[in-house]
Design a protein around this ligand. Structure first.
Ligand SMILES: [Zn+2]
Length: 112
């Protein structure tokens, strides 16, 4: 057998193994009550959905203020009382880049 043939054989075996695995993990057929019984839509939705930005990509997680575009990128315009997260003038220095770090530290400190 040539090396190419061996390679193809190995590929075919791998594909067969994957196919078996997929068959074994296929989701079961839906059973039980029909969907219409599970989800009654007689009552109108009362929840309001907004597209206000939330999260660290658009809003400072500490102040809930949208970042502004500055010379050096987005910044939070709020004054901060946290010395670890403010500059010398007392302004918040949380940015989209370090917001995840702030969130982790705050969560670890149990402040939220
Ligand atoms: Zn801020």
């Amino acid at each position: 057998m040539t090396r190419l043939a061996q390679a193809y054989e190995a590929l075919a075996e791998a594909a067969a193994a994957v196919a078996l695995e997929l068959r074994a993990t296929a989701p079961p057929e839906p059973s039980g009550a029909p969907l219409t019984e599970l989800l009654p839509f007689d009552e109108p939705f009362t929840e309001t959905v907004t597209n206000e930005p939330h999260g660290s990509a658009a809003v400072c997680p500490a102040h809930g203020v949208a970042y502004r575009d500055g010379t050096y990128g987005p910044y939070c315009p709020s004054l901060s009382d946290d010395p670890e997260w403010s500059n010398r003038k007392g302004y918040c220095n949380i940015t989209p880049k370090n917001a995840a770090v702030w969130l982790r530290k705050t969560a670890a400190a149990g402040k939220r």
